[in-house]
Design a protein around this ligand. Sequence first.
Ligand SMILES: Cc1cc2nc3c(=O)[nH]c(=O)nc-3n(C[C@H](O)[C@H](O)[C@H](O)COP(=O)(O)OP(=O)(O)OC[C@H]3O[C@@H](n4cnc5c(N)ncnc54)[C@H](O)[C@@H]3O)c2cc1C
Length: 355
Amino acid sequence: MDPVDLAIVGGGVIGALIAHEAVAAFPDARVAVLERGLIGQGASSRSAGVHFPRGATARVRSMSEHSHHVWGRLATELDLPIREVDATVVSTGDADALSTTYLRLGDETAPADPARGWSAPPGGRAWTLHGCHYADVQGVAGRVLASLRDQVTVLEGTEVTELSSDGAYHRLTLGQGGELLARRVVLAPGPWLAHPAWADLVAPLGLRVKKVVAAHLESAPAPDDPLTIFQDEDAFLLPLHGRGHFLFSYTCDRWDVAPDDVELALERSDLDDARAVLGRFAPDLAARCNSGRVFCDAYSPSREPVVAELRPGLVFAGAANGSGYRLAPAIAAETVAALDLTPTPNLSQPRQRQS
Ligand SMILES: Cc1cc2nc3c(=O)[nH]c(=O)nc-3n(C[C@H](O)[C@H](O)[C@H](O)COP(=O)(O)OP(=O)(O)OC[C@H]3O[C@@H](n4cnc5c(N)ncnc54)[C@H](O)[C@@H]3O)c2cc1C
């Protein structure tokens, strides 16, 4: 294969958004996405895909705001599998504290919803939250890259097994044989931080991989059922209308798992933990937690996403701490800003811009 200006390793939602951003900023650049499996089959395939405009730090709030606008635009432009949803935040905190974290906090509302089977614990209050949606994240990654097929080379079933650099080019060795030369490389490997091709490069970032679990509840959502966020517990109850059940996401505290080893089936303790958290708000719903989804995600020490140059022209992007879907557009924008993708005449063929 001819050399490229940019090789993106990892075809999850973050890799797909980086490809989109790169092509938008540098329409003449030659871009390739290399994905070991199929597009979106990593952490993105297990994602609940919830977007709520919030952030614990100024940078994440700004990333959340940026991503909110990009998802809104792309949902229409690319007909993405994204569904807007009403939302309620439940917390024992006050509105001032919450409005620092949540960018679109609405009016205070009833701290219970008997029809949907939950009520806030003593001292808990509830507010409406605007601007939320949820997505089929694997479908989003696939759709974004499908829209770029005439501009981006997408290589699936292609594992990058070695990375080296010899001056102007990075050399990517491919599992099926052959290699690819790239002027710039983005690593967007999701939780595959310890792949031998880049483990040593990524190690100084201090990233870790945590198991992520969400329970599925046997309860069919009504069309207008809202997303309910339990702020103090970092948990949420999401109506998955298209799948015909609710999902309950809660914090699983199992660290340093490996994505190729993580047991995809639930352990008994996973459902016990989910029921214990949900039981504080909704005992009847807790009893319906009978199945779920398990995978893992990459986390950073600062709990902010990481965009970091590991060596000249080689950037890591990810470690979004369980928020890689909702922050993907902002991660992509920061990544492309960190790359000089101005095509060089001897490498990139000038190509027709899309009108
Ligand atoms: C159960 C669960 C629920 C979640 N819910 C939410 C949510 O509601 N909202 C939210 O914002 N986020 C959520 N997340 C987090 C979010 O899904 C992830 O942060 C996001 O999908 C990460 O995207 P990514 O592109 O970085 O990684 P991935 O989707 O994992 O993509 C990385 C890709 O790199 C590929 N790869 C790895 N090594 C190589 C190699 N050597 N060569 C080539 N390719 C390679 C993998 O095959 C993989 O496809 C959830 C995660 C889980 C597990």
